[in-house]
Design a protein around this ligand. Structure first.
Ligand code: PMT
Length: 405
């Protein structure tokens, strides 16, 4: 469990029924050692009284931009500078719109403009409001500016609707916030190192229009590539067919099927210090690829599809006697996570394996989130569920600590 001891969090509360959950969030954040200052919008005060937050945070609650007494104690600019993280939970559709435009019409919106701390937003609103094109455009604008959006979760809502719009539960929010404070691999730390990463699915053709594949989006591998480049490494990203932009500064090699990925990986591994296999490679491919579209009338569709085994790319690299980089695999498992991952670690002769818990459909394949346990021959380290972009930096730090110790 990551400690939040002495972390300074400025917690904004907007109007919404979810504000009652924020009271519990404050209590739990303080239990984890964080220092909390609460800022409430006028709307939030209609749902929960400032006194509640004052009692739970142990500090005066800030509500008014033009409050001379509050300004005398800790002025709004001072408050903005004090914060190491600006968390708004819940954030309403109205507040998202104001933040996207850059309004400074109350204390909270003003603090958002004045603070250089990372902005984390936990939306809560009616499902139709969340899914409205205007709200989605505002979310995108804020994300492009670097804001982290945590949630919302789906489920039944106070208004009776069912759908996305529920604020994430406090314990889940805290786990995700904690990862934001995880120290990351420093810029320049990997200068001179070459890292090769596989990402995405492979596509094994049956005929000119059909193929076997899986739901991998490539997000995990691409996030690792971006983190490795950020830390100064030379990065080769071997990407299956995915719809993602190339991370800045990364050399990308596009491949379609397992054989192409194998060929590209072999070459990259000759020159790299660290090889990370985040791809979901198809274990088998059709024995024959029909040059013409297979016709239903030929009776082939109900017949047996003959498959042959694809080469195990990461195992081939890990089993090398020379030009062998530190080799890390992934194992996405729906059950017996550690047992299955350990079996792959030893069978493939890897140095490390990232056990990927995909029992929760919110994590893993084609999701923005992931939850992993890092396993090597010395032990295990559990990491909380987090956005792949955040997880990648923390994960890379764990890998690098072993690979280049
Ligand atoms: O792409 P995303 O949507 O972001 O999702 C990320 C992910 C869930 C795909 C990723 O985090 C992940 O877990 N990848 C491994 C998926 C998996 O279960 O692979 P596997 O158990 O089939 O293989 C284990 C390891 O061997 C993996 O490192 C894999 O890349 C590698 N392998 C497998 C088969 C093969 N022929 N060659 C390989 O190199």
């Amino acid at each position: 469990m990551t400690s939040l001891t002495d972390r300074r969090i400025l917690l904004g509360v907007a109007g919404g029924i979810a504000a009652y959950k924020t009271a519990d969030l404050v209590r739990r954040l303080r239990e984890r050692g964080a220092e909390i200052r609460v800022v409430m919008t006028p709307g939030a005060q209609e749902f929960v009284s400032p006194l509640t937050f004052q009692a739970l945070s142990g500090k005066p609650v800030h509500t008014d931009l033009l409050d001379t007494a509050a300004e005398a104690a800790m002025g709004h600019i001072e408050l903005a500078k004090w914060a190491q993280l600006l968390l708004i939970a819940p954030v309403s559709a109205n507040l998202l719109a104001k933040l996207a435009i850059g309004f400074a019409d109350n204390l909270l919106t003003t603090l958002c403009l004045a603070s250089e701390a990372p902005l984390v937003l936990a939306p809560a609103m009616n499902q139709a409001m969340w899914q409205h094109a205007a709200t989605q455009a505002n979310v995108q604008t804020l994300q492009q500016r670097g804001a982290q959006i945590l949630g919302p979760a789906s489920g039944s809502q106070a208004c009776g609707d069912v759908g996305p719009g529920r604020m994430l539960e406090p314990n889940l929010l805290i786990e995700r916030i904690a990862t934001l404070f995880t120290p990351q691999t420093e810029v320049g730390q990997l200068t001179g190192k070459h890292i090769a990463i596989t990402a995405g699915p492979t596509r094994e053709p049956l005929d000119p229009v059909r193929y076997l594949s899986n739901y991998s989006s490539g997000k995990m591998g691409f996030a690792l590539a971006a983190a490795a480049h950020h830390a100064g490494a030379e990065v080769t990203l071997i990407a299956g067919p995915v719809d993602l932009p190339t991370p800045r500064g990364v050399k990308r090699i596009d491949v379609l099927n397992a054989l192409e990925m194998h060929a590209a990986a072999k070459q990259a591994a000759d020159h790299c210090d660290l090889f990370i296999a985040a791809a979901a490679v198809a274990d088998f491919r059709p024995q024959q690829i029909s040059s013409q579209k297979i016709k239903k009338s030929e009776g082939n569709i109900e017949g047996t599809l003959r498959l042959i085994k694809n080469p195990d790319i990461v195992a081939a690299i890990a089993k090398r006697n020379h030009k062998r980089p530190f080799t890390v695999g992934f194992a996405a498992e729906t059950e017996k996570l550690i047992k299955h991952a350990r079996e792959k670690l030893s069978r493939k002769k890897l140095d490390m394996i990232i056990a990927n818990d995909i029992s929760d459909p919110d994590n893993g394949f084609n999701s923005d989130y992931n939850q992993v346990v890092v396993i090597d021959h010395e032990g295990e380290y559990s990491m909380s569920a987090a956005l792949k972009s955040e997880l990648a930096a923390a994960l890379l730090e764990k890998i690098v600590a072993r690979a280049f110790k």
